[in-house]
Design a protein around this ligand. Sequence first.
Ligand code: GLY
Length: 576
Amino acid sequence: MKLFILLLVVMIGSCTSMNKDNKYAQVLKDHKRSEYEAFGKKYMISTQGRATTEAAKFVFDQGGNIYDAAAAASFAISVERPHSTGLGGGGFMVIYDSKSKKSEAIDFREMAPRMANSKMFVDKMGNQIKDKSLTGALAVGTPGLVAGIVSTHKKYGKLPLATVLKPAINLAQNGLTVYPALSVAMKAESKRLCKYKAAAKIFLKKGCKPYVAGEVLYQKDLAKTLRSIAKNSHDGFYRGYVANQIVKYQKKMGGLIRHADLKYYKVKNREPIEGTYKGYKIVSMPPPSSGGTHIIEILNILEGYDLKSMGAQSAKAIHLTSSAMQIAFADRAEYMGDSDFAKVPVKKLIDKTYAKKLREKISVSRALNSSDFPIAFRDLLYESDDTTHFTIMDGEGNIVTSTQTINGWFGSAMVTPGTGIVMNNEMDDFASHVGGVNLFGAVGGKNNLVEPRKRPLSSMSPSIVFNSKDEPILALGTPSGTRILTCVMQTILNVIEHDMPLWEAVAATRYHHQWSPEEIRVGKPYFDPKVETELRRMGHKIKHKDLGCKIQAIMKKGSTLHGVSDMREEGSSFGI
Ligand code: GLY
């Protein structure tokens, strides 16, 4: 009898976990869970690319540290995800040093060329010229990625730059097997890529046909550029042949980037944004990212509720969380921009008293009305799940977490001839005019208008969470435009408020409200239909559409490192 009861308990237990796995199987692509999840003690790598994770592992095997691994991952992912990121782009990095207990925010975001101006993307009537900031030479900001990676590596890395670049050079030279997400992006962007000879030559087959998954993509010109960086470091990109080619092509195609822009590109080491949530500390990216500020603003608003007792996926918790997101995005449109140029009231936005006032605007049973906010409602334009993220942690708790991008898929669609460099379209992250809308439907204010040498507003949010003993317990980030900050915030909330194990926290249903459009966007696996009915009754519109986030997260529990790469796309975690 006892044996029978024991068997029954085991069966019920495994059924429950099977049901759970079935739910998450909706988001688990063709690969096994073991490819996306890893446990280790010495180090952990979570990236959006298998070859990239391998590159970071190679560097650890050579005796490198996390900064060597981060540089190797940055260059390798530039080759492996040419639609998302690359040497022609920029990014942010948040690092934590376990000895000094200090965090640093490194900004290598693109800068507007010196000849740029606030009218460059509007017609005489002041209306946005849609495609000008998205495709072609004027869409390109001065790239910062190489400067950021090389300078951080020089400061903190152990191995020679040439060693950390090896895996990326091999991948570009010997080719990579096109994987499903890359072929989807190539197909979606084939018309734009076809307009530019150097881009079409690399990323399309004869007749401008996109590659299909399983075929091999070679990027030999890019290998040459990577070799130039291995040899001459920063100057291998910002001076000499590569710089000459960039400037020559910009001039030919009507762009504004000149040698002075490349020469004076500046990496900025910034104070990270810090906030707290129920005893935890959250450290993230300050302006020109809106990410850290709004993650903390949203968490400050939510701190006043007992979301856990409501249940993470209850209508009430979703309503309150969405309302907090909605308010934060109204603030984003109103205030956010590059704080080197504009007065961005970060202190106010992350202040707990301000959050209390905002909380008072939220009814527990009625949706807020976005049209009551000061800037007019606008519809979403075309958008893509661009950008990339990786997180690396070692056994001592040292951390590098970095989001890197060329903005939309294949950026401006232009490749600088002879270099293999896909040029970004980050100029679209500026507001074309007050109230203008970008690729992600984000509405821009005056603080984010184009100015020479200014950095466009971003949502990229590499973040670290510390426990009450000030020990790092979680580091994470994701791609996907404005959804970045809400996906990072939700994953943090899933772990520290809802006590979810990391795999569940990453796999759980994600949702997003960005004030405009006035809807809760929900990705797979969708909410229970009863929950959606309840949300509609409160006045919310629900839109089923994947958010595009691909969280790369690492948790540290005692001496165990637990890495999870989002199972919604290719990605891989590895640790020992
Ligand atoms: N280009 C996307 C972002 O910076 O948020």
